[in-house]
Ligand binder design. Sequence first.
Ligand code: NAI
Length: 302
Amino acid sequence: MPKIDFTGSVAIVTGAGAGLGRCHALEFAKRGAWVVVNDLGGTRDGTGSDTAAADKVVEEIRESGGEAVPNYDNVATVEGGERIVQAAIDAFGKVDILVNNAGIIRDKTFYKMEEENWDAVVGVHLKGAYCVTRPAFANMRENGYGRIIMTTSGAGMFGNFGQSNYASAKAGLVGLANVLKLEGAKYNINTNVIIPVAGSRLTEDVLPPDLMARMKPDFVTPLVLYLCSRQCMDSGVIINAAMGYYSRTAIMTGPGAILSDGRKIPTPEEIMENWDSIMSLENPEYFDQVMTMFGKLSPLLQ
Ligand code: NAI
C-alpha cells in the first residue's frame, strides 16, 4: 500500500491548540508537513484569548523534529483569515491543505437563543470557514492544488436538542463544501467534510467520563490525513468518524412521484393521496449538483 506522506506540503489547521485540531496538526507534522498551528486560545464559549494554546502545540511538533509556526488570529474575521493564510505563505511559501476545525459552543434551547449567542457561534464555524478558506482557496487556485476540510457535526447533519446556532452553522458548512467541490474541481482543489465524535472540552459534559477517555481524537485524524492526501481524489463527500467507525453520510433523494404533465398544477389533495410515494426513500439517488436534479424534470419539459 502506498504510504501517505506530506513532505513538502503546507497545512493550516485552525483551532489546533487543543482537541481534534491539535491531533491533526501533530500527525501532519509527523508525516512531513509544514504546519501552521492556528488557535485563538479562548474559552469553550469563545471568550478571551491566549497565545499559549498554539505555542504549546508548535513546541510539541518541534520537539519531535517537525516544522510548525504558531498563529493566534481569530478565524471569525476577514483580517484574521487573511493573516492565518499569510502566515503559511510567509513561513513556507504556499498553502496545500486547510483544515477548518476551530470551534466554540453556546448551547441554549432555540426559545432562549439570543442574537449574541447565535452570531458568536455562526461567526466562528460558518463565517470562520469563509474567512480562512477564501484566501487559502486563492493560493491553492494559483498553485493548481489544494485539499480543504470542513468540520461539521452530527448536530448539524441529524439534529441535537439545544444546539440551533451550532447545528445551523455546521449544516451551512455542507452547503459551502457543495459549492467549493464544483468551483475547485478544475484547479485540483478538493473539499470534503468530516463528522467527528471525540472526547474534548466541547464534549466533556456530554460524554460520560469513561467514554470520553476512550473516544480519542486520534481516531478522527487518520480520516483527515487520508482526505488531505494526494491519493484521495474524492471531493464533496461527508464522512463520519468516531472510535474506529467510519461511514459516509449523504443527502439522497427518493424516487418521488410525477403528478403532472408539466402543465397541469396538482391539487393539495393529490399531494396527500401520493404522500407515501413522495416520502419514499426506496432506491435513493445522489445528485452531484443541482443541475443533475433538474435532469429529473426532463420528461415534464416535452
Ligand atoms: P476544542 O475546544 O478542544 O478545540 C477547538 C479549538 O478551537 C480550541 O483550541 C479553541 O481555542 C479554538 N478556537 C475557538 N474559536 C476560535 C477562533 N475564533 N479562532 C481560532 N481558534 C479558535 O474542541 P474539539 O472538540 O477539538 O472541536 C474541534 C472541531 O470539531 C470544532 O469545530 C467542533 O465543533 C467539531 N466537532 C467536535 C466534535 C467532538 O465530538 N469533539 C463533534 C462534532 C464536531
